[in-house]
Each structure stands twice: as C-alpha cells, then as structure tokens.
Design a protein around this ligand. Structure first.
Ligand SMILES: [Zn+2]
Length: 338
C-alpha cells in the first residue's frame, strides 16, 4: 500500500521519470525509473583519477546519454546512493578513500545541470529506504540493510524513521569492534573492526593472518593464503571443493558476521535484516546457515527475519529512486530544489 504522505504527487509521478544513481568505489550504476519500475540501467566503471570538475562531468554525460536514448527530459528528480563519508549539508562526499577525487560536490552540480530535485544519502542508508518504499516491506517499521561486500555497511530504519546522523554518516558499523584483542587492521587504519574480518578488500590479509596460526593440513587454500593470495572468490570456491582451510575461513567469516549482526540487533531491535553485497549474495548458501547458528549464541534477543535483499545488487539503486518517490522527512532540509 502506498502512503498518501508522499512528497510528490501521484499524477505528476506517472508522466515523469526518476533518475537513480548508485555511486560505488568500482561501479557507477544509473537507472531510469518510470512508474516505480526500472526502465533502463547503465553500469560503467566509476571514473577514476580525474579532477573534481571532470569527474562530475563524466557522471552528467552518462545520465544525459541514458535520457537521450529514451527521448526523456521530464524528470521528477534525481536520487543518489553514494559511497561515504558524506557532508549532507554541503551535498558532498568527503575524504572517501577509494575514489579519486577523494572529495567532491555531487548534489548541486547535478541540480544546476538538470534543474530538478536532487536527494542524496549514503548507499546503505538509501538501500534500506528502498526496501521500505519499493521492496514490499512497508509494513515493517524497524528494519536494517547490511552489505557484506568490499566493505561492510549498514542502513537503518527505526519506527519508520530513516537514521542519518549529524552529517549522514550514522551507523558506520563496519567499524564496530568485534574483537578488541585482534591485531587485524581494517582499511580505515584501526584494529579489530567487523570489516577487517569480512570486507572483501581485507580478505587476502585476513586469510594470511589466519593461515599463520593454522595447524591443520597444508591444503591448496592454505598455501595461497600464506602467500597473501587467497582472496574472497577463491575462499568460497575452495570451500565448495571441501578444502579444510577454506572451510575454516568461511566458518570464521560467518562467526564474525554473526558477531557484527548481533551488535546491529542489540542497537536497533529490527524486525527484519536484509542482507546484500557481493560476498553475501554470491555465497548465501555457505554463509546463511552458519550465520544463523552463531547468532543464536551471540544475540541477546531472538534474531529477527534475516533474508536476501529484494533487489539483489541493485538495492542501493532502488533506494536512490525511493529517496525521490518518498523523501524521508529528515532528509528534506538537504534536498536541492530548483
Ligand atoms: Zn575500520
């Protein structure tokens, strides 16, 4: 059931399209939505190594190409789900480690070019809003989206309110400490974080550290790990071949994920957790049963519904569109209005 409190009129919505952007460290996804359905999708490599002006220009060029392809110029708004950290007030991404330029304005350049409403949020924050508005989970007022991917990210709705924080960077729970004695270093530079154990970009280092104290058989996966060459796809591939070291790593990753999720459950008391991100989506068969069993050990509360995210890898993109279709009240003050 659609809410009547949407900030955009239903009649107006029918004729116009929504442009949705999912800006990640490696991929830029742009979607055109009409009547809340994805009409077309473009996936390109995120432009890298450009100055700020050229970077924004590359994004604008791709949006224009997609709109021209369908002869569309009547835009209801542009929703942005982006890598963080954010400064929502300024409409900027600030000091992001994995994109060059590291700091760039996103909201106002798009607004000035397309003369339409621009709404932006962190990608996981947008994703949980996408589940709520377009994913069929509208009757659940407490929900969480978690991505297990290159990094670990979390988006949260409590009592129907999308949580943002001071600058749009709340619940960066990839950096929750799940092992305070570990020396395993996270991409952020600190130690013991959930993302250090589970994030795809830390796998080679994490598996090397595990291999150094492994006393089991010197298997193929072990030999690659000790050389720092055992990445996430290889771990899951070898685990499916019953390699004992790879199976141990999968179990370890599941345990770390359950520890992180139990922190999420204690913090937000959700009714449902949507799990996404390439590490999870590609390996749900191996991870979910183990995560569930460890959660029963760790979580003080009975675990909520835990499920695969509705739109697969496109949930942040659907989230971006949802930000336009129904702008959360607390985001309204950060919206570009032409
Ligand atoms: Zn960290």
């Amino acid at each position: 059931m659609r809410s009547k409190s949407q900030s955009t009129g239903e009649g107006e919505e029918g004729k116009k399209v929504v442009v949705a952007l999912d800006l990640g460290a490696s991929k830029l996804r742009i979607g055109i939505f009409k009547e809340r359905k994805l009409l077309d999708l473009s996936v390109v490599n995120t432009p890298q190594g450009l100055d700020e002006k050229r970077f924004i220009f590359a994004i604008i060029k791709e949006i224009k190409r997609l709109l021209k392809k369908h002869n569309l110029d009547d835009i209801l708004g542009i929703g942005i789900a982006t890598i963080g950290p954010l400064d929502l007030k300024a409409g900027k991404v600030t000091n992001t480690p994995n994109i060059v330029p590291h700091t760039f304005e996103l909201r106002d350049p798009l607004g000035d070019t397309f003369k339409t409403k621009i709404v932006m949020a962190n990608d996981c924050v947008a994703a949980v809003w996408g589940e709520y508005v377009l994913g069929g989970w509208e009757s659940y007022h407490d929900q969480v989206y978690v991505t297990l991917s290159t990094g670990v990210g979390v988006g949260v709705i409590v009592e129907g309110n999308l949580l943002l924080g001071r600058r749009g960077n709340s619940h960066e729970l990839g950096h929750a400490v799940i092992n305070f004695e570990s020396e395993l270093r996270c991409g952020c530079g600190k130690i013991g974080h959930w993302e250090a154990f589970v994030g795809g970009k830390n796998f080679n280092n994490m598996t090397k550290v595990l291999a150094e104290s492994w006393r089991g058989p010197r298997s193929t996966a072990y030999k690659e790990a000790i050389l720092g060459k055992l990445d996430a796809p290889k771990v899951f591939k070898y685990a499916r071949l019953r390699d004992p070291f790879a199976e141990y790593v999968v179990d370890f990753v599941s345990k770390a994920s359950a520890a992180g999720l139990s922190t999420v459950i204690a913090a937000y008391d959700p009714e449902v957790i949507h799990l996404g991100g390439s590490i999870y989506l590609n390996n749900e068969d191996l991870l979910l049963p183990r995560i569930r069993s460890y959660l029963f050990k760790y979580s003080v509360f009975e675990p909520p519904i835990i499920k695969r995210t509705t739109f697969e890898s496109l949930t942040p993109l659907y989230g971006a569109a949802s930000l336009v279709y129904r702008t959360p009240k607390n985001l309204e003050k950060y919206v570009y209005v032409p």
